[in-house]
Design a protein around this ligand. Structure first.
Ligand SMILES: CC(C)(COP(=O)(O)OP(=O)(O)OC[C@H]1O[C@@H](n2cnc3c(N)ncnc32)[C@H](O)[C@@H]1OP(=O)(O)O)[C@@H](O)C(=O)NCCC(=O)NCCS
Length: 193
């Protein structure tokens, strides 16, 4: 089970402190807001730029290492496949108050003959949040501009392909409205219409 934002707060030195949430709100001047507002107030989402690619690459590298995946994660890969991909509809980063990149999300349009075997014109989404920032609403915050871009581009469906053992990935996509529509060897595919 992951740590919940109501249980602990991570300070900049990386240590976790248990603290009553209402005390924390008073401490930082959010006495009149709820948990969701507090989480969002500390996360800003903006379009990714090549200058973000190094931080994005590090986040991706750490996640792939956990998965024991040999997929590429270097800076040029992140630029080519996310930030400046020719079929991208939106690539966003979430940053904290000091500008540190906490995670990113990429939404691309599937081309004819794409590697996922998707119909051309579907969306392909990927979300990667630094493990240290997980459970703080970063993934959810990243999804808003992607959804807006999907509507603007008139996408019929968005596909999220998730490793079959990736319980948090599945819970995340379910929570933002995706549902399972097919499975592939080693993966579950969820979509949103
Ligand atoms: C999966 C991932 C994107 C979630 O990002 P996140 O910022 O931690 O997610 P959020 O805090 O925005 O959570 C949004 C909702 O998703 C659900 N959720 C997310 N992680 C969860 C978990 N580990 N267990 C249960 N539910 C979870 C919850 O319903 C949550 O809402 P709540 O906090 O209000 O209950 C992130 O953990 C990650 O990058 N994992 C590694 C890469 C990955 O698996 N990517 C997705 C598949 S390719």
């Amino acid at each position: 089970m992951r740590a919940r934002p109501t249980d602990a707060v991570q300070f900049t030195n990386g240590s976790y402190h248990c603290i009553a949430l209402h005390n924390l709100f008073q401490l930082v001047g959010y006495a009149d807001v709820g948990v969701e507002d507090f989480r969002m107030a500390n996360v800003r989402v903006r379009a990714a730029t090549p200058a973000d690619a190094s931080a994005m690459s590090e986040i991706l590298r750490d996640i792939l290492a956990l998965w024991r995946s040999d997929r590429p994660s270097n800076v040029s890969y992140v630029i080519a496949h996310c930030v400046e991909h020719p079929e991208r509809l939106r690539c966003s980063v979430a940053v904290d108050r000091s500008g540190v990149v906490l995670g990113f999300q990429s939404l691309k349009r599937a081309k004819e003959g794409n590697a996922y075997g998707l119909p051309a014109g579907w969306g392909i989404i990927g979300t990667y949040v630094d493990a240290k920032a997980a459970g703080r609403g970063v993934g959810k915050a990243l999804f808003s501009p992607s959804l807006e871009a999907a509507h603007k581009a008139d996408l019929k469906e968005i596909d999220a392909t998730i490793g079959q053992n990736n319980q948090s990935g599945m819970a995340f996509y379910e929570a933002i409205g995706f549902r399972t529509y097919r499975s592939k060897p080693g993966a579950i595919c969820k979509n949103m219409s």
